[in-house]
Design a protein around this ligand. Structure first.
Ligand code: BGC
Length: 752
C-alpha cells in the first residue's frame, strides 16, 4: 500500500510539475485561450479522486473576520487532506501564503487554494458605502474606487471578492440596502458592470485583478417586511423586469462567480433553486463561471423546511447547480457518498470541480500559487496617498444635498460654527458596514478633522450633545450653549455603522436615540440660527421632522476613510455637490415600499385632487415621498429646456435621438446628472409610470449651456412581456430629460 502510494505520489508530482511548467509557458503568451485551460483542467481531473474533486467544492472560513454564525477550526487539517478548494476571511500576504503552502506542498496534487473575502467598498482604503457610491451616478469613479480596492486586496493574498451585491432594494428597513445600488434597475445594472470591470480588470491573470461575485441570486432585497433572510414571493414580471436585470448585466460584463441568496423564492430556497441557477443562469444566460453558496446556506435548507437532513440538502444543492459550499461542510461530508450510492450523478461533481479549477487557471494560480502573497507589495500598496485622495473625492461626489434653504450652504470660512452631534468626531462609524479591513480607529478622518482644514479651532465650538442611541440628555445644554455662541450650527448625526448591513434591520427608520430631540432643543433655543444637518446612515431614513427643523441637509451615507475631508469639501464649497438619490426617501415608514417607478393602479389619484375618494391614496399621508429618486441639489441652478426629438414616430429599426439643453444659471461651476425617463403607456404587462433609460453627468461652468443627447432604440424599450419574452411592443411612449424623477411628462413619441 505504502509502495503504491509513493509511486502514485511520484507520478503526481511529476505531472504536477509538468502542469506548472506547461502553464508557465502558456502564461507567457498574450492571452491564453480558455480552451487551453480546459485541456489542462481535463488532464488534472484525470488524476483526481472523487474525494479530491469534492474537495474543490468546499470552502471554509479562517478567523481573520467573522461573517457568519458558525466557525470550523479544523480547516488546516482539511486543507492538508485535500478537502478544501477555497478559504474566506483569511488575509495578509503572510497568512494566505501560510495556508497556500499547506495546499500546494502537503497535498498529493498540490492544487492551490482560492482566497475570498468581502471587499465591498474598499479593502483598507474605504470608500463610501455602496448606496452612497451609487448616489454619485459616476460609473468612472465607481470603477476607479473598485480598482483601488482590488489593488489593495490582491496585495494581501485575496483572489476573489464577494461583491458586487447587485440586489435591487426598495425597503429601507432591510439593513443590506446599504450594500447595493438602490432601487433602480437601469442604474443598478450600469453600476453592476462598473464593479465587475473594476475588480476583474481586463486580464484576470494579472496579479492586481480579482474575481468578482454577483450576489445574492436572487430576490434577497425583497425580503418580506424588510427582515433579513425572510421569505420572498414575487411574480415573473417583478423577477424578470426588476430583480434579474442587474445580475444579467454582471454576466454580460464577464463576472466570474455568483453567490446564492439566503431567501426562498416562491417556495424554493435559492440555494436549491434549479429554476434560477440551471434554467436562467446557465441555460438562458450561458454563465460559465462557478456558483458559491452563501454562508452555511446548504445547511439552512433544513430549517427552511426544504431538506430533511444535511445529506438531503447536499443533494438538492448540487442538483440545483451550486458548485461550492461555503461553510456548511455538507459537500465535504456527503457528496462523495451520494455519488457512490448512486444518489448524485458524478457528472455534477465533475462540472463543479471543473468550473472551479478553470477559474484557478485563469487567475494564474497554477503558474504561481503565491503570486498574490507578496509582502513587499502589501507594504507598498496599502493606503497609497493617491488612494486616500481618490476616497476623499468619492466622499464628496457621493454626498447628496437634500435641502438647502436660502443657500445656507456652502459655509463661510469667516464664520464661527457650532459643531454638534455624536458623529462629528467619529472615526469608528464613518467607514460604514462591510468595511473589509478598514481601520475604525486611527486612519479614518472625522468630519471635525475635515472642517479643521477650513476653519481654525477658535472658530469651531464642539459639543457632542448626545449619543447615537440611548436616552441621555445630559449634554444637551452644552450643545445649546455652543449653538448660541456660533454663527451657524452644523449637526453631524445618523446611525451606528452596525445598524445597517447584514442582519441589521429596523422597524423604525427615524434617527435613533435622542438626536431629533436635540435638533428640536437647539431650534427652540436659537430659532433664527441656520442649522445644517449632516447625516451618516446606511438606509433612507424618515426625515420628515428633520426636514422641518433644519435649513440644510447633507446626506453623506457613511463616507469612508477620507470621509471627513470629502464632506468638508462639500460643506465649504470646494466641491459643488452633484450626487442624486439612488433610492427614495419616504415621508413615513408606512409608505414603504415606495419607489419612483411604481405602477399606476386602476385608480391613480388625480393630480389636482390627491384626496379624491376611492382612489389609491392614504388618509394620513400623501403618496409622494419626502425626497424622490434622482433628487439632489447643487450650489448652482440648472435649467432644462424641453426635449427635442429627432422624430415623433419611429420604426423598429430606427434610432430616436432625444436631446435637451441644460444651462447653469447660478453662481457656481458644477456637475449635473442629466436623467432620461420614458413611460411605455400601454403594455401586455403593465409598465411602470416612469423608467430611467439613460443618464449623463456633465460639467457646466456658470453661465454655460450644453446639449445632452440620448439615442433610443427598441433595445432600450424592451421588457419581459406576458409570455415572458424579452420584446418591445409598439405604441405611444412619454419621454422627458430632467434632473430628478419628480416631474410630469409633457412629450411623447410613437413606435410603429
Ligand atoms: C453574506 C454574504 C457574504 C458571506 C461571506 C454572508 O453572511 O450574506 O454576502 O459574502 O457572508 O462573508
Amino acid at each position: 500500500m505504502t509502495h503504491i502510494l509513493k509511486t502514485q505520489n511520484f507520478i503526481v508530482v511529476a505531472l504536477t510539475f509538468c502542469f506548472l511548467s506547461c502553464k508557465s509557458s502558456v502564461a507567457q503568451t498574450a492571452s491564453p485561450s480558455t480552451t487551453s485551460y480546459e485541456q489542462k483542467v481535463d488532464s488534472l481531473m484525470n488524476l483526481m479522486t472523487l474525494q479530491e474533486k469534492v474537495g474543490q467544492t468546499v470552502m471554509y472560513s479562517g478567523s481573520g473576520a467573522v461573517t457568519g454564525p458558525t466557525v470550523n477550526k479544523n480547516f488546516r487539517t482539511y486543507i492538508k487532506d485535500a478537502e478544501v478548494g477555497a478559504m474566506l476571511n483569511v488575509y495578509s500576504a503572510k497568512a494566505t501564503r501560510d495556508l497556500q503552502k499547506l495546499a500546494v506542498e502537503e497535498t498529493r496534487l498540490g492544487i492551490p487554494l482560492l482566497f475570498g473575502y468581502d471587499v465591498i467598498h474598499g479593502f483598507r482604503t474605504i470608500f463610501p458605502i455602496n448606496l452612497g457610491l451609487a448616489a454619485s451616478w459616476d460609473l468612472e469613479d465607481i470603477e476607479k474606487g473598485t480598482r483601488i480596492a482590488a489593488e489593495e486586496a490582491s496585495a494581501v493574498g485575496i483572489h476573489w471578492t464577494f461583491a458586487p451585491m447587485v440586489d435591487i432594494a426598495r425597503d429601507p428597513r432591510w439593513g443590506r440596502i446599504s450594500e447595493g445600488a438602490g432601487e433602480d434597475v437601469y442604474l443598478g445594472s450600469k453600476i453592476a458592470k462598473a464593479y465587475v470591470h473594476g475588480f476583474q480588470g481586463d486580464d484576470l491573470s494579472k496579479d492586481n485583478t480579482i474575481l468578482a461575485c454577483a450576489k445574492h441570486f436572487v430576490g434577497y432585497g425583497a425580503a418580506q417586511a424588510g427582515r433579513d433572510y425572510h421569505t420572498v414571493n414575487m411574480g415573473h414580471d417583478e423577477l424578470r423586469n426588476v430583480y434579474l436585470p442587474p445580475f444579467k448585466a454582471a454576466v454580460d460584463a464577464g463576472v466570474e462567480t455568483f453567490m446564492t441568496a439566503f431567501n426562498e423564492l416562491n417556495g424554493v430556497p435559492a440555494t436549491a433553486n434549479k429554476f434560477i441557477f440551471r434554467d436562467i443562469l446557465r441555460d438562458e444566460w450561458n454563465f460559465k463561471g462557478f456558483v458559491v453558496t452563501d454562508y452555511t446556506a446548504i445547511n439552512e435548507l433544513i430549517p427552511h423546511g426544504f431538506a430533511k437532513d444535511q445529506k438531503h440538502a447536499t443533494k438538492l444543492a448540487i442538483e440545483a447547480g451550486i458548485d461550492q459550499d461555503m461553510m456548511s461542510s455538507a459537500n465535504r461530508l456527503h457528496l462523495a457518498d451520494l455519488v457512490n450510492e448512486g444518489e448524485v450523478d458524478v457528472a455534477l461533481v465533475n462540472d463543479a470541480c471543473r468550473r472551479i479549477l478553470l477559474t484557478k487557471y485563469k487567475l494564474g494560480l497554477f503558474d504561481d500559487p503565491y503570486k498574490y502573497c507578496n509582502e513587499q507589495r502589501e507594504k507598498e500598496v496599502i493606503y497609497k496617498p493617491e488612494f486616500l485622495e481618490a476616497a476623499r473625492q468619492s466622499a464628496a461626489m457621493c454626498s447628496v444635498l437634500l435641502k438647502n434653504d436660502e443657500k445656507v450652504l456652502p459655509l463661510d470660512k469667516n464664520q464661527t460654527i457650532a459643531l454638534i452631534g455624536p458623529l462629528a468626531k467619529d472615526k469608528e462609524n464613518i467607514i460604514g458596514n462591510w468595511a473589509a479591513a478598514g481601520d475604525r480607529r486611527g486612519k479614518a478622518i472625522s468630519v471635525h478633522q475635515g472642517i479643521q482644514e477650513y476653519l481654525n479651532d477658535s472658530k469651531i465650538i464642539f459639543s457632542k450633545g448626545c449619543d447615537i442611541e440611548g436616552d441621555d440628555e445630559s449634554d444637551f445644554q452644552n450643545a445649546i450653549n455652543a449653538a448660541k455662541g456660533a454663527d451657524k450650527v452644523v449637526m453631524v448625526m445618523g446611525e451606528d455603522y452596525d445598524m445597517s448591513g447584514e442582519a441589521a434591520c429596523r422597524t423604525n427608520i427615524k434617527l435613533p436615540g435622542r438626536q431629533t430631540d436635540l435638533i428640536k432643543a437647539i431650534r427652540k433655543a436659537v430659532p433664527d440660527k441656520k442649522i445644517i444637518l449632516v447625516l451618516m446612515n446606511g438606509r433612507p431614513l424618515d426625515l420628515s421632522e428633520e426636514d422641518m427643523l433644519a435649513d440644510a441637509i447633507l446626506e453623506t451615507w457613511f463616507p469612508g476613510t477620507s470621509g471627513g475631508y470629502g464632506v468638508a469639501d462639500v460643506l465649504f464649497g470646494k466641491y459643488n455637490p452633484s450626487a442624486k438619490l439612488p433610492v427614495t426617501f419616504p415621508r413615513t415608514l408606512g409608505q414603504v415600499p415606495i419607489y419612483y417607478n411604481m405602477k399606476n393602479t386602476g385608480r391613480p389619484i388625480p393630480a389636482n385632487n390627491p384626496k379624491d375618494d376611492y382612489k389609491s391614496n392614504y388618509l394620513d399621508s400623501p403618496n409622494t415621498p419626502l425626497y424622490p429618486f434622482g433628487h439632489g441639489l447643487s450650489y448652482t441652478n440648472f435649467e432644462y429646456s424641453d426635449v427635442t426629438l429627432s422624430a415623433n414616430t419611429i420604426g423598429f429599426s430606427d434610432t430616436l435621438s432625444a436631446s435637451a439643453t441644460i444651462t447653469n444659471t447660478g453662481d457656481y461651476d458644477g456637475y449635473e446628472v442629466v436623467q432620461l425617463y420614458v413611460h411605455d403607456k400601454v403594455g401586455s404587462i403593465t409598465r411602470p409610470v416612469k423608467e430611467l433609460k439613460g443618464f449623463e453627468k456633465i460639467f457646466l461652468k456658470k453661465g454655460e449651456s450644453k446639449t445632452v443627447s440620448f439615442d433610443i432604440t427598441v433595445e432600450d424599450l424592451k421588457f419581459y412581456n406576458a409570455e415572458m419574452k424579452f420584446d418591445v411592443e409598439p405604441g405611444e411612449f412619454e419621454i422627458a430629460i430632467k434632473g430628478t424623477s419628480d416631474f410630469d411628462f409633457g412629450q411623447t413619441f410613437t413606435l410603429e
